[in-house]
Design a protein around this ligand. Structure first.
Ligand code: HEC
Length: 371
């Protein structure tokens, strides 16, 4: 019935009333300097009355809300019964205060506050996840902290990108012990086995149950995850990318066909540069030794590195006569560094050409011009 559903949803709204009333009653009782006056006693009784009444109401609303389903059952169990316990103790405290049953009153009041705090804690865990309270202290798990390999060809899409998402948002309810819907997402076997309604991984993206669940309307009962943060747009895009490429457990980032959008997400969220690299960007060589450098300069070569941290070389001859053979041989000694050779001004002999045309390990461009 809709009205019951509505009342249930009042629970999070009014839940703070009994917390306020009961804590104030407890504090007034605790911080008492002089002897109890009549007026003060009546005030506390009145506050306890409001606290007990609202606690009973909130417990009822909570019971109705629990019918909505989708809560973690273990946490719900403790939240439900501790909450009911709080309402009962608040009522007893109110009664004991009226009847001046001081001994009972004292114990019950302490018990009530303890249950109140415990209920609140489990309530927070229900809606925010059980690690909500300590998360800021233990580090923000929402950020993916796993260290990624530095080369895109060693970054596995499933292991390094998809699994951490599932770990954060799904493992809580889909693990080996707690298989909600019969589904264990913590292992590759579990994923391929699927859940009660069959395979999680299927060829076409629109038949993939997992993808369907995370992209449903959030109001749908089947939306995943039913509690906690939904998947971010970037996470959904990565999941889709992985599924479209065949949901392979071993493929690396560069083995997947990639769209510009996915490329941008990898760059922005993970600092993975998956765009194809030119030879010069991919090649790492150590800097030339100082002695080699100065020898080349002395022999009529102008030598420049390609960048501040890129030690590949551009070499230009500044001699206008022919190059002595030893100068040419010196060049050979650093051939692994040379990407660009300019001999425009220099007289080139057939012997020089024989030297130059030796295979150069890293060369991408060799250019020389005859006069
Ligand atoms: C708070 C607990 C919870 C979390 C977190 C959660 N699920 Fe579920 N999931 C369930 C429950 C309960 C069911 C069974 C009821 C149903 O089918 O809706 C289920 C069912 C499923 C099913 C259907 C299984 C089948 O074969 O019937 C899939 C697929 C699924 N979840 C995927 C996910 C994914 C992906 C995530 C993470 C983004 C996730 N779930 C997070 C509780 C959860």
């Amino acid at each position: 019935m809709d009205i019951l559903n509505f009342l249930g949803r009042l629970h999070p709204l009014v839940v703070h009333l009994p917390i306020g009333f009961l804590l104030i009653a407890f504090l007034l009782e605790w911080f008492k300097r002089e002897k109890e006056t009549k007026a003060r006693s009546i005030t506390i009784i009145f506050i306890l009355f409001c606290g007990a009444l609202s606690a009973i109401g909130v417990a009822l609303f909570g019971w109705l809300l629990a019918n909505d389903g989708g809560f973690d059952e273990d946490i719900l169990f403790w939240h439900r019964w501790l909450g009911i316990g709080t309402a009962i103790l608040a009522t007893i405290a109110w009664w004991a205060k009226i009847k001046t049953q001081l001994k009972v009153y004292k114990y019950v009041l302490w018990g009530m506050v303890f249950l109140l705090l415990a209920t609140g804690h489990f309530g927070g865990s229900l809606t925010h996840g059980s690690d909500y309270l300590l998360k800021p202290l233990l580090g923000n798990k929402d950020e993916i902290t796993m260290k990624l390999p530095s080369q895109p060809d060693s970054i596995k899409v499933y292991k390094h990108l998809i699994q951490p998402i599932l770990e954060q948002k799904c493992y809580g309810c889909h693990n080996a012990e707690k298989k909600k819907g019969g589904l264990d997402l913590t292992s590759w076997e579990g994923i391929t086995l699927g859940g009660e309604s069959g395979n999680t991984i299927e060829d076409g993206i629109w038949t993939n149950e997992m993808f369907k669940r995370v992209t449903l309307s959030q109001n749908s009962k089947k939306f995943m995850p039913p509690k906690g943060n939904p998947l971010k747009y970037s996470e959904i895009t990565l999941l889709k990318w992985w599924i479209e490429n065949g949901s392979d457990p071993d493929f690396s980032v560069i083995q997947h066909k990639i769209s510009e959008e996915t490329q941008n997400i990898l760059m922005r969220e993970y600092q993975i540069d998956s765009s194809p690299k030119s030879f010069v960007e991919r090649t790492q060589v150590p800097p030339l030794r100082e002695a080699q450098f100065s020898r080349l300069l002395a022999q009529g070569w102008k030598v420049q590195t390609l960048g501040e941290t890129n030690y590949l070389l551009e070499v230009t001859s500044i001699r206008s006569d022919s190059m002595p053979k030893t100068n040419m041989d010196n060049l050979l000694a650093v051939k692994g560094h040379i990407t660009w050779l300019n001999l425009r001004k220099t007289e080139i002999t057939g012997k020089d050409l024989a030297t130059i045309s030796q295979p150069i390990t890293f060369a991408i461009t060799k250019q020389w011009c005859y006069r």
